[in-house]
Design a protein around this ligand. Structure first.
Ligand code: PLP
Length: 409
């Protein structure tokens, strides 16, 4: 009889968004005449831009003719997209990324979840807290997180990020092999400057660790000087893997396209203590388990790098950032302590004194019919905080904030 991977049995029950969805559904069933506004899940709402649609239509037509039909694509992405990424996201900022350091994929979630296959079973992992749950759960499934104590995993190192430390994670105070960083951050919406990121790169170089850097929200950075890529930090090529996505940059959450960069210099120890390139391992892994992103989707992704595409996606991002501003300012005017929302589509607020984050969720839903996400769902240091997202229409966002006047505090 098959013995299952027992690590799955250690995972705590209901996933955060399943629970918020369940509570929202119950509320709606009991109050069918009240309209609920969702500022909870981080999914985009605006359509794909015309440049993307046009490129995808053209590519679909090509697929309908024998002369231009394409079967399996290259394992790591078509040249036209890889080159557009290298030029548009890196060379334009003075960063040299080689052709075979870019891996096009169907999502940053898959990449940040799958990358741990390259680590030894006993690798020690550090995550910021609160955290995008995928880094934690994917390592828990592989047995690296230890046991769930009801609040935290006892083999993970949590790096707390709270208002008290300005949401700047402390450096690990013990040996770890991998540090997951996500900037702009989900869920706090905060960013790190180059000077704040540099100590992590230095620490990783000194301690033989690597950094998995999730830059899925890089397109939202508007503050001058905030790095869009970890490779803007000196030495990062030796220790950092960077995951990017077209999901939030260009509305590809349902279309699916992303990419990961692994410089040749990033290494781990092999069986005989020799240095092994993670780039080579990832090539092997992708060639074995992945068959590429569809041709029309890659054409669509490449179209965002054209001047027209850039202008169009900027408009959409600016719309979301406008919503973020409305939320931020609306909350501040109502006396809330508010973080993020300047270089990110996420706004992180402190729940009013004496109200924990799930109680605040219920209260916001019951009194304002607004759905957000309780901070506690993102890790122990998320307790006492709450996340709102800018991914709704400007009208609904404004309405949601006006409804806050109904909150009894
Ligand atoms: N990384 C972070 C930090 C995210 O918040 C998300 C989605 O919410 C993803 C990755 C997922 O990206 P993708 O849609 O490319 O899988």
């Amino acid at each position: 009889m098959l013995r299952i991977n027992r690590n799955f049995q250690k995972l705590p029950g209901s996933y955060l968004f399943a629970e918020t969805a369940r509570r929202t559904k119950v509320y709606q069933r009991e109050h069918p005449d009240l309209e609920v506004i969702r500022l909870g899940i981080g999914d985009v709402t605006q359509p794909l831009v015309p440049a993307v649609i046009e490129a995808m239509h053209k590519a679909v037509d090509e697929m309908g003719h024998a002369e231009t039909f394409r079967g399996y694509g290259p394992d790591f992405g078509y040249d036209f997209l890889v080159d557009a990424i290298r030029q548009g996201d890196y060379a334009s900022r003075g960063i040299d990324i080689a052709y075979d350091e870019v891996f096009v994929s169907d999502g940053a979630k898959c990449d940040v979840g799958n990358i741990q296959e390259l680590f030894s079973d006993d690798a020690l992992i550090a995550v910021t807290d609160p955290v995008y749950p995928v880094y934690v759960d994917s390592n828990a499934m592989a047995g690296r997180a230890g046991d769930w104590t009801g609040e935290r995993w006892n083999r993970l190192l949590y790096l707390p990020c709270t208002a008290e430390n300005g949401f700047v994670p402390p450096l690990p105070d013990r040996e770890v092999d991998v540090i997951y960083l996500c900037y702009p951050n989900n869920p706090t919406g905060t960013v790190l400057t180059k000077d704040q990121l540099k100590p992590f790169v230095d620490w990783a170089r000194e301690h033989g660790a690597i950094i998995v850097y999730d830059a899925a929200y890089r397109a939202y950075i508007t503050t001058p000087g905030v790095p869009l890529s970890i490779y803007e930090v000196e030495g990062a090529r030796e220790v950092a893997i960077e995951c990017n996505s077209f999901s939030k940059t260009a509305g590809f959450t349902g279309t699916r396209c992303a990419y990961t960069v692994i410089p040749h210099e990033v290494t781990g120890l092999g069986a005989d203590g020799e240095r092994v390139s993670l780039n080579a391992l990832w090539k092997r892994r992708m060639a074995t388990k992945f068959n590429g992103v569809s041709y029309p989707v890659q054409r669509g992704a490449a179209a965002i790098y054209t001047p027209e595409g850039q202008r169009q996606i900027r408009e959409t991002i600016d719309l979301y950032l406008g919503n973020a501003k409305v939320i931020r300012e609306g909350l501040t005017a109502r006396g809330f302590e508010v973080y993020g929302g300047v270089d990110a589509p996420y706004i992180w607020l402190r729940t009013p004194a004496g109200i924990d984050s799930w109680t605040f969720f219920d209260k916001l839903l019951a009194e304002c019919q607004v759905v957000g996400t309780p901070g506690a769902g993102f890790g122990p240091s998320g307790e006492g905080y709450f996340r709102l997202t800018a991914f709704n229409s400007p009208e609904k966002t404004r309405q949601a904030i006006e409804r806050l006047d109904r909150l009894s505090l």
